[in-house]
Design a protein around this ligand. Structure first.
Ligand code: SF4
Length: 407
């Protein structure tokens, strides 16, 4: 998102077809992710035979620039330089097509604001610390400026993003930096950053993209419970419900601590949406370990699960772990968890039946509007809610906040 905004500022336009430049942002966390990267690059080339191809992200950052043939291969960061390179490409002169949706219309629903990069946790299945390096937080004043600009441009929801969001400001707090440079950062953590953001005039709501369970502080829970501007949604990666597997993964909590924190959050914010990631078939995962994961997920009552079958690449320590799980078993367990995920998701939605919620219109799908509630489930606004909005003199477009009665 950051890149698309920078490109827009340079006069480029985001289009879905007929592109002059196709940019593929890659991820290399698993082998499956790399396979998808390769497919995306090939697809982009096939669908845009005349376009310049830019491949960026984790894949070239970890595996080197020669992994793929492209006009530009870029790792992570230094986006301004990348924008310059893209702007230097020679393009044929084109008459704008009326079917090309202007950038502003495609992008004005939710603003993804990156506040932090890097991770030093070194979970044994994850390549990110090798690709993104140490913790680096952006100065709070820079983030606030960007947030104000986003609001001015019409964005109503800001999603705070980072590789290790819960540790926002941690490196400045723990390292002895030059006093002048770090004085504001030493006091800054995620909750105080949120407190500064929620007072921005015109900002509808703020969502956290993801946070580790041991970084959900009492202050943060209190703020989430109190502030109407913070979405009652936390994405907290679980990865496994088995203590043995969590240890092998080098995760910084055990199942009891996870349950305890989830219970504390729910006690303070009963209807909060808790969503999670889980890895299935980590080496050594027995049937009983899997059952622990299944049961923990059920008792926390996550409202959405992202299930990842284990498929590491050779750069991470888990690649060399013994007791690999058979592909068939991984498939079976993945299916079971996905079914559980759907059940939980439906059950969670039902709790809101009859309630009026505020939702942000994200896009038009087959000429239907799709809107996202603060609780992270999508709804299709019915004719009445759209009419009510229109009668109030408000335009219906991507980014509009609209009241919807949940059916
Ligand atoms: S905390 Fe997240 S980003 Fe960091 S190593 Fe673990 S999984 Fe990767």
């Amino acid at each position: 998102m950051d890149l698309s905004r920078k490109l827009s500022a340079e006069g480029h336009e985001l289009v879905e077809t007929g592109a002059d430049v196709a940019i593929i942002n890659t991820c290399s966390v698993t082998k499956t992710a790399i396979r998808k990267d390769r497919r995306m690059v090939n697809k982009a080339k096939a669908e845009n035979p005349k376009a310049k191809i830019v491949v960026m992200g984790c894949w070239p950052a970890v595996y080197g620039k020669d992994i793929v043939s492209a006009d530009t291969v870029w790792g992570a960061g230094k986006l301004d330089e990348l924008v310059k390179q893209i702007s230097n490409f020679q393009f044929p002169i084109k008459v704008p097509s009326p079917n090309n949706i202007p950038n502003s219309q495609l992008q004005k629903s939710r603003y993804f604001l990156k506040v932090q990069d890097g991770c030093e946790q070194y979970c044994t299945y994850c390549v990110i610390p090798y690709a993104r390096g140490k913790l680096k937080s952006r100065p709070a004043n820079e983030i606030l400026d960007e947030a104000r600009k986003a609001v001015k441009q019409g964005y109503r929801e800001i999603v705070l993003c980072g590789i290790h969001l819960g540790l926002y400001g941690a490196e400045a707090r723990s390292r002895k930096l030059e006093a002048r440079k770090s004085i504001s950062m030493q006091k800054c953590d995620l909750t105080s950053l949120l407190k500064s953001l929620i007072i921005i005039n015109g900002l509808g709501r703020i969502r956290l993209s993801s946070i580790e369970v041991n970084e959900v502080t009492d202050d943060l829970v209190e703020l989430l419970a109190e502030s109407v501007k913070l979405c009652r949604h936390l994405h907290i990666p679980l990865q496994s419900g088995s203590d043995k597997i969590l240890k092998l993964m080098n995760r910084p909590y055990n199942s009891e601590q996870f349950m305890e924190k989830a219970g504390q959050i729910r006690k303070n914010i009963p209807d909060i949406a808790l969503t999670t990631d889980v890895i299935v078939g980590f080496p050594g995962e027995t049937e009983s370990d899997f059952k622990d994961t299944y049961n923990l997920i059920k008792s926390v009552g996550f409202s959405r699960l992202h299930v990842f079958p284990f498929s590491p690449h050779e750069k991470v320590p888990a690649y060399k772990l013994p007791k690999r799980i058979e592909a068939e078993t991984i498939k079976k367990r993945t299916r079971k968890l996905k079914n559980l995920g759907s059940e939980l998701e439906n059950g969670y939605r039902k709790k809101f039946k009859g309630r009026e919620l505020e939702a942000i219109i994200e896009h038009n799908n087959d000429s239907k509007f799709i809107a996202k509630t603060e609780y992270y489930f999508d709804v299709e606004p019915n004719k009445e809610s759209l009419a009510k909005q229109a009668n109030g003199g408000k335009k219906i477009r991507a980014g509009s906040l609209i009241k919807i009665k949940i059916q």
